[in-house]
Design a protein around this ligand. Structure first.
Ligand SMILES: [Zn+2]
Length: 344
């Protein structure tokens, strides 16, 4: 089980980063990976904090989460004789830094500036390679420093998307249970319970998630951290990624302009919950209260792409058995999308 050692969540905790580094015995040789926009928001602050401690940090911006960027960071960190990496950003910089740190066999600290998916804490990195998006197994972060005052200033759409990624735990666990019963797949009761409970806490109080509210950010960040912990306990992404995630990955492939990962997973959860025979209306209602998309038009995606994605979703990870089984028929796909009002 690989778990983060230090998880610090709260307002202005970015200034606690030096204590976290001291605790982990990581001092000189910091390499900060940040984004163009997030550099001004938090990257420069992290640099100044470590510089004042005399840790001689190096800072680099990464453009996108691609293999080219990962190779660039590996090279730069090697040249600088870096001893640990810090990813500061909304997701892309964290993914790049996480994979680069794994390749360099160096510790990694995650400093998210948004809470739009569980990648801020998980042991997977989503990276584009040769035109395809791949989810790569990496080392989990050694520490997570989530400053809720910074995250509260990020666009609300990102936080609502994070809620979609959390709610997807419901169908992910149902798929896992199904695979356990039908395929004798290893199953962890602890991981499944933690994952389900994480989604439940959010489902119990969707009205508490509001824009620019530090307390809302805290609820979402804590939930994303516990989803990450559930995955660490399971030793796979099973507790937080099932058929709804396969639907989202399928949309990324078929739709020319896909929406945010968490937004697509939220819509996927509504439809997969219908297929499971569960309370999909409650999922939809909860996402609506939060202000996350529940329809194709709210995702900004044509109805036809939703149907196309539903038909190919089961092929995304054939080894991962889910409610999609060997695939839906076109009639079944249309029925689930229409009945749940995802398409009109
Ligand atoms: Zn996800």
């Amino acid at each position: 089980m690989q778990l983060p050692r230090d998880v610090v969540v709260g307002p202005d905790v970015i200034y606690d980063l030096k204590d976290v580094c001291n605790d982990l015995k990581l001092k000189e040789g910091a390499f900060i990976v940040t984004g163009h926009h997030t550099k001004k928001i938090a990257g420069d602050v992290v640099h100044d904090i470590l510089n004042e401690c005399g840790y001689n940090p190096v800072i680099a911006s990464s453009k996108e989460a691609s293999m080219t960027e990962v190779n660039k960071i590996v090279e730069l960190a090697n040249e600088a004789n870096s001893r640990y990496l810090i990813g500061v950003g909304s997701g892309k910089s964290i993914d790049v830094a996480k994979l680069a740190a794994t390749q360099l066999d160096l510790p990694f600290i995650s400093v998210p500036t948004a809470a739009s998916h569980d990648g801020i804490v998980s042991s997977r990195a989503s990276i584009h390679d040769k035109g395809k998006k791949a989810s790569i197994e990496v080392n989990a972060p050694m520490a997570v420093v989530a400053d809720t005052s910074i995250i509260a200033k990020a666009p609300y759409r990102l936080l609502a998307a994070g809620c979609g990624d959390i709610i997807s735990n419901y169908t992910a666990v149902l798929d896992w249970e199904l695979a356990h019963r039908l395929r004798n797949e290893p199953f962890s009761e602890y991981a499944a319970t933690l994952s389900r409970m994480t989604a439940q806490i959010l489902m119990d109080c969707p009205e508490d998630i509001k824009p620019e509210l530090e307390s809302s950010v805290r609820i979402v960040v804590k939930a994303l951290v516990s989803s990450g912990v559930a995955m660490s306990i399971a030793g796979s992404s099973r507790p937080a990624s099932g058929s709804e995630h396969m639907f989202s990955h399928a949309l990324d492939m078929v739709a020319p302009n896909s929406a945010l990962h968490g937004e697509q997973c939220g819509v996927g959860t509504i439809m997969m919950m219908y297929l499971h025979g569960g309370d999909w209306k409650k999922i939809k209602e909860c996402l609506e209260i939060i202000g996350a998309p529940t329809t194709a038009s709210e995702l900004g995606i044509k109805d036809s792409y939703i149907l196309e994605a539903l038909l190919v979703a089961h092929k995304i990870r054939p080894e991962r058995y889910t409610i999609l089984g060997a695939g839906l028929t076109p009639e079944a796909a249309e029925k689930v999308a229409r009945l749940t009002k995802v398409i009109s």
